[in-house]
Design a binder for this molecule. Sequence first.
Ligand code: HEM
Length: 343
Amino acid sequence: MSFIFSIIAVTALVGVALAGVALDLRYFMAVVLPYAALATFVLGVAYRVLKWSSAPVPFRIPTTCGQAKGLDWVKTNKIDNPCSTGAVLARMFLEIFLFRSLFRNTRMEYREGGKVRYGSSKWLWLFGLLFHWSFLIVVLRHMRFFFEPVPGLIQAIEHADTFFEMGLPLPGPNGLEVSLPLLAQSGVILLAAATFLFLRRVVVPQVRYISLASDWFPLLLIILIAKTGIIMRYVLKVDVVAVKKLTMSLATFHPALPAEPISFMFYVHIVLVCTLLIYFPFSKLMHLGGVWLSPTRNLVNNSREVRHVNPWNPEVHFHTYSEYEDDFREQMIEAGIPVEKEA
Ligand code: HEM
């Protein structure tokens, strides 16, 4: 049901975008919607991150799976059981940029005779990594639409990402020019990796069983965003100069549709991207912000060295033994109970 619901939802979004083009709601789709989506994204992400950051973390709760720092002659596992800020930074870096825990993921299978077999499973790690990195590169490359002049870093990323030339040289209008559509690898890798992650949920019965609409929907949305982008770039050859006029007008807060027409596919692309932006703060995609704030990952495990006292514990009024003896000394002496201080 959740799968069918998600298919219907993304199909409806494409239908809405096409209807918007047919009804000439271009200004709404290319100006009003992007501003609204960006505002929702920024405010929503900020709200959730601030809320998480203000959650108290009085104790050390890192998940550990290696030897903690102890006696000098016992070897410490600094990455899995970080005992200093440097070790935590190394652990966070490996986790966030290389998905280290996913790399160590194992697969469990039941074999004949009820035997259990554990095996290495690196596919999810590989495609997960490809998916996230290519997504980042695609988004960074898109920044060329929003800056004039285009920053050197974005140009360098674009240059590195398009080192393959695709297609045959085509004669230009004057018969001399050639146009070579450059293959942007990150876009194609993004589509391939997102498709792998989607098919994994379809094909592996255990994963299919636990998949919800909140898993299917964002994957389908991202697949469609990548597909529409690829169609625009290599098939319809959208007028990127017109797109840049539009995006610069948005970036400079003087929104205006360009005089030149832009392909309907652009409007589908933009409606899907805006939906992703609006959906983002309310969804599991917030792991982008959460991974930095996870106390099971970002805390030093120094519970053996430092006593962490819960700051909002109520003050405890102790009744010490000497106070007790002061209260009952005479009765204790009468009953023959030894006392530390004589009356
Ligand atoms: C979540 C954000 C976005 C994703 C994941 C995404 C994805 C893609 C992908 C995969 C392509 C295929 C070609 C390539 O790899 O560059 C593409 C092309 C394109 N996208 Fe996006 N896109 C996003 C946001 C946007 C936005 C905000 C705009 C508004 C200007 C836009 C406009 C375009 C255009 C005009 C193309 C064709 C580019 C060309 O011919 O070089 N995209 N997009």
